[in-house]
Design a protein around this ligand. Structure first.
Ligand SMILES: C[S@@+](CC[C@H](N)C(=O)[O-])C[C@H]1O[C@@H](n2cnc3c(N)ncnc32)[C@H](O)[C@@H]1O
Length: 507
């Protein structure tokens, strides 16, 4: 049983930090002098500079950020009996170290969306947004630099059943992985856009309660993964990135409502891209520091609302995060008061006239989802839209502006040739809206699930489209003919499940 892991040894993040990198890229090495120049004017004692330089060229193991609605079950099945509630990443309690012998990225649990694999440093931004608490619940949130979704997925889980997330990624080729990762959360409370931040700010000024800017940066923390060259510490590289970050921050400020919060983060050590940007926001945008009390252990020596985790201290690649707020200025107080009563109030946007869906698409959606798009397209209900060969369904209560043509919604169906098929994202969707109720479901055991994930068929006497599940967790679609279910997992969702140490023990 992949979820029965009693008796397994839980790895400390320290020991796994020296484990073999899974990627073939070689870490890029810097000496203590280069490192000290990169972090100036922050000063570290000589021996600490050396430890930092060594740790920057060492790849740290990823951790599992467990999906919020599965945290309890997952913790129980992946913990030793004597430590049911381990906290492996001190700044982010929803994350766990990967237990020894557990092939996390090749497990059924991973395929079922139980967790997201990421460097512990990237959780600092989520910690600054307090995404592990209920404080984002019900908010209108924007992730302005969202792909591939390591943080957007955490925000989406944190906003709960009443909030809404706009995940923006200006680089088109990065939108597909972002959409896939968002769908893996099972939530439908999001839209995606692919806009330059300035253009987005023109469309939605003053709308969002919280905005995350996980900015493109010189990426010095990526040296340890071999994903960045030594050029990352060049002054000109840092200056170019700092200038771009200020343009993005200025746009974010326009997108934010008075009283709203900005969380700014990078994966670099350069002060010009970190603490200096806090100073710039305070000076040029008149923002106010909004310290995060739970992160006081990580406070930057240069800014009281900025936080750093370091490779040599914190068993991660390193990261920076800051939190600031946009003050409510005199004269805006009435509008701001309305905002605080109803953060959804300002729903700018022009409604397009809606086209009916293709009749085949409508029929498919009706049969697998149990709701007719032609009838559901009324106020307060799911909003369906067809865009060429894709059909999308926005959640109930989504802001009006999602109806504009620059948004991309959660996909429910797609057309290949002349045939409409339900989309992978639709199988994974858990929702309080009246969707997915009609689709039949089939439950697989471990071996059958591994076969399905590798692209194989499923045994069933059912007919038609069915959602294939493992321990009540949807894995994808099958289409059955009364004998077998044909596999409809998209290629990028297929995988070879690894035999885990504990599976071997239990068989
Ligand atoms: C550090 S990565 C974001 C990682 C992401 N937040 C995550 O956790 O998975 C920065 C992202 O910003 C995007 N980007 C590049 N130029 C941008 C710009 N001018 N405005 C906004 N985002 C930009 C990049 O394509 C990249 O996906």
């Amino acid at each position: 049983m992949s979820r029965s892991r009693k008796g397994s040894k839980k790895a400390s993040r320290k020991s796994s930090a020296s484990s073999k990198p899974s990627a073939n890229r070689k870490p890029v090495e810097l000496d203590a002098e280069q490192v000290s120049a990169a972090i100036a004017p922050i000063e570290l004692p000589k021996d600490e500079q050396e430890r930092l330089a060594a740790a920057m060229s060492q790849r740290h193991a990823n951790v599992m950020r467990v999906r919020r609605d599965r945290t309890d079950a997952f913790r129980f099945s992946h913990s030793d009996a004597d430590s049911l509630n381990p906290i492996d990443v001190p700044w982010y309690p929803l994350a766990l170290a990967i237990p020894d012998g557990f092939h996390a990225s090749r497990s059924i649990d991973f395929a079922a969306g139980d967790f997201y694999l990421q460097d512990a440093g990237s959780l600092l931004a989520l910690a600054a947004a307090e995404a592990h608490t209920d404080s984002l619940s019900g908010q209108l949130v924007c992730d302005l630099c969202a792909a591939p979704g390591g943080k957007a997925t955490g925000l989406l889980e944190a906003i709960g059943d009443d909030g809404f997330l706009l995940a923006n990624e200006p680089i088109r080729s990065r939108v597909a992985p972002l959409a896939y990762n968002l769908s893996r959360t099972g939530s439908d409370r999001y839209a995606i856009s692919s806009e330059d931040p300035d253009a987005l700010a023109e469309k939605l000024p003053g709308v969002f309660d919280t905005i995350l800017i996980d900015a493109p940066c010189s990426g010095q923390a990526l040296l340890s993964r071999g994903r960045q060259s030594k050029g990352a510490v060049n002054e000109s590289m840092v200056a170019t990135n700092a200038a771009r970050q200020q343009r993005i921050l200025a746009a974010a400020h326009k997108l934010l409502r008075p009283g709203g919060t900005i969380v700014y983060s990078t994966c670099t050590f350069a002060v010009a891209e970190n603490e200096d940007q806090i100073d710039w926001m305070i000076r040029e945008l008149e923002m106010q520091p909004f310290p995060v009390s739970t992160l006081s252990d990580y406070q930057s020596p240069l800014a009281d609302c900025g936080y750093r985790v370091w490779p040599h201290r914190d068993e991660c690649a390193g990261a920076f995060a800051a939190r600031l707020t946009k003050p409510i200025v005199v004269g805006e107080s009435e509008e701001a008061a309305e905002f605080s009563e109803d953060p959804w109030l300002l729903r700018r946007g022009v409604l397009r006239s809606e086209q009916p869906l293709d009749s085949d698409c409508d029929e498919l959606i009706q049969s697998v989802l149990g709701v007719s798009p032609s009838e559901a397209d009324t106020e307060g209900s799911v909003f369906f839209r067809q865009r060429d060969w894709i059909a999308e369904a926005f959640c109930k209560g989504a802001p009006e502006w999602v109806k504009q043509d620059w948004t991309i919604g959660p996909e429910v169906a797609h057309r290949t040739g002349q045939t409409w098929k339900p989309s992978h994202a639709c199988a994974l969707r858990h929702t309080s809206d009246p969707l997915t109720v009609n689709a039949a479901r089939i439950e697989l055991d471990d071996t059958e699930a591994a076969t399905f994930l590798a692209g194989g068929t499923v045994p069933t006497d059912l007919r038609g489209w069915l959602i294939v599940q493992h321990q009540n967790r949807p894995l994808g679609w099958g289409k059955a003919d009364g004998r077998i279910g044909k596999n409809h997992l998209p290629t990028h969702a297929r995988m070879q499940v690894a035999k885990n140490v504990t599976q071997e023990q239990s068989t």
